[in-house]
Design a protein around this ligand. Structure first.
Ligand code: HEM
Length: 519
């Protein structure tokens, strides 16, 4: 008995060894053959093979994945365009474009270019109709966006202007406390708490309590910070990896955490809609906010129901806070770094204030946008550091397209990155790399021309739906804050740190705040 069991175990060991060695003998040459074939195809026969770019990018998407992984992709992308010109192959099937004329070709309203397979990992998956951001079908997108477009118009946003003021009041009272104590403030963090509370006020009828309680309410920020790097990586890596997400999750805790982070944001959106349903049942809704307006759309449209409202809420939490916070941080950071511009802006604000052109206690949006230097400083801050830091990729439509002197066959992926376009010297002048708000003031015609190439909110039919919310927030908050406080970087020489995972977040903006009454 003993003999036969050891005999069978050695037999099975030999069989296993032989099978493995046979598999390896077959696999190794197949992999080698495939790799050589792939290399020859991508380098010499692929329709994009003649577009210049780094060698590894031309043969593998993992090159782009690595750039995204570093969180510094925009620096590399800018440098590559300096080396190779307006077209750079950043993956075997994808090209980064920096030719200004391509903005209209790729993102024009009726261009026919569609969002690529980059976007689906961001889909909320709540509504069968998809969501505005990740929807790849232009016709479906257009039909759904028409239902809610009005809600996001500037006039609709300004109906809630007073609720932005409520948040600013809390923000300023907290800054006053820091000023009094002479305490150093992590301005970047406070700005994000502010923008989150504004989303709470505008959408859900109340601040979340980030500023009041001075903490990351519901871990929303932690959830976003956890989900963004891994999700963005998944967006740029080969699509087949998405099918192994569960398996990869077992191997890499960061993937599991990213999924948890995403689920947390989805739960938050659903929670606030359920909360509103309860308030409605209890007849406790006493003001018109964006959520209320979404419920009104539901009354008239049978295919716009709770999942669609939840969808809008999730996107607001996902897209409404980080983006606006990044913009406000940029505007303030560059002002603090450039004392001349800061002083000039203060002159404008002080003059408008003493002339009674700025309401008290709250600056109105329509007053703020009449201050040309303020508007210039906002644009210039956003130009220097757009909130979305990667290309906005699109498929070339049937029939192909001519871009920057080259023909691209249908299905090729092309995209323009705001950080690259915003540093184009043909558009913004020889000093494009330098912060200079005056470029927006010197010549209105030139300014209008530059405006056409600002890609911070995207462009065409897929332009940011929430841009009016952010514009109102930004233009009201900056003069209000600077009218009350003087801001100084604790270390004037120190640069901020940026983390580009689609949202290009900044950290390390430590500031000393002084009440202007005390100056
Ligand atoms: C400064 C603030 C903001 C910036 C810089 C920004 C940036 C962008 C960009 C670049 C796009 C285009 C993406 C693409 O083409 O791939 C976009 C789309 C979008 N944004 Fe924003 N965003 C901001 C604020 C907001 C807010 C406050 C919301 C929601 C409340 C929002 C919701 C959306 C949605 C839903 C889309 C998809 C639009 C569509 O395809 O129809 N964003 N945003």
């Amino acid at each position: 008995m003993l003999l036969s069991s050891s005999f069978f175990s050695s037999l099975s060991r030999i069989f296993l060894q032989r099978s493995l060695s046979l598999a390896l003998n077959l696999l190794a040459p197949s992999v080698l053959l495939f790799s050589v074939g792939w290399l020859v195809y991508t380098r010499f026969f692929h329709p994009l093979s003649r577009i210049p770019g780094p060698f590894w990018a031309s043969v593998s998407r993992y090159w782009l994945g690595y750039q995204v992984f570093t969180g510094k992709a925009e620096f590399v992308q800018r440098r590559l365009h300096e080396i190779y010109g307006p077209l750079v192959r950043i993956a075997p099937d994808e090209v980064s474009v920096s030719d200004p004329a391509a903005v209209k070709i790729i993102y024009g309203i009726k261009s026919g270019f569609t969002k690529t397979d980059f976007y689906p990992p961001f889909a909320s998956g709540i509504s069968p109709h998809g969501d505005h951001f990740a929807q790849q079908d232009e016709a479906k997108h257009s039909a759904r966006r028409k239902l809610v477009n009005n809600i996001y118009s500037m006039s609709s946003v300004l109906e809630s202007e007073q609720y932005i003021d409520t948040c600013t009041e809390v923000f300023l009272s907290k800054m006053a406390k820091f000023a009094e104590k002479g305490q150093v403030v992590d301005l970047g963090e406070w700005i994000q708490w502010y923008t989150f509370d504004v989303v709470g006020e505008l959408f859900f009828g109340q601040q979340f309590g980030f500023m009041r309680d001075e903490h990351d309410f519901g871990n929303y920020i932690l959830s976003l910070d956890t989900m963004m790097p891994t999700t963005t990586l998944l967006c740029v890596l080969p699509v087949f990896l998405r099918y192994f997400q569960v398996f990869l999750g077992l191997l890499f805790p960061s993937i599991r955490k990213a999924v948890e982070g995403f689920n947390e944001i989805r739960r938050a959106g659903k929670f606030w809609v359920d909360h509103r349903l309860q308030q409605m049942a209890d007849r406790k809704v006493n003001r018109s906010d964006l959520l209320d307006k979404l419920f009104k759309v539901r009354q008239n449209k049978s295919d716009f129901d709770i999942p669609e409202i939840q969808n809008e809420s999730v996107v607001a939490i996902f897209a409404g806070s980080d983006t606006t916070a990044i913009a406000i941080r940029s505007i303030l950071y560059y002002l603090m770094k450039t004392p001349d511009a800061y002083a000039k802006l203060m002159e404008e604000i002080n003059k408008a204030d003493s002339d009674g052109r700025l309401s008290k206690p709250h600056v109105k949006y329509n007053e703020a946008i009449k201050l040309p230097y303020l508007v210039a400083c906002c644009k210039e801050g956003i130009r220097m550091h757009p909130s979305v830091g990667l290309s906005l990729p699109r498929y070339v439509p049937p029939g192909g397209s001519q871009i920057a002197g080259r023909f691209f066959p249908a299905g090729s992926k092309v995209g323009i990155s705001a950080p690259v376009l915003h540093s184009n010297t043909d558009i913004f002048g020889a000093d494009a790399a330098v912060y200079n708000p005056d470029r927006w003031i010197r010549d209105p015609k030139a300014a209008a021309e530059m405006d056409r190439y600002m890609l911070h909110f995207g462009a065409g039919s897929r332009t940011c739906i929430g841009k009016n919310i952010s514009l109102a927030e930004i233009h009201k908050m900056i003069p209000q804050l600077l009218r009350s406080f003087k801001l100084e970087l604790v270390d004037q020489q120190k640069e901020w740190t940026t983390h580009n995972f689609w949202f290009n977040k900044q950290t390390g903006i430590e500031v000393r705040v002084t009440s202007r009454r005390d100056i």
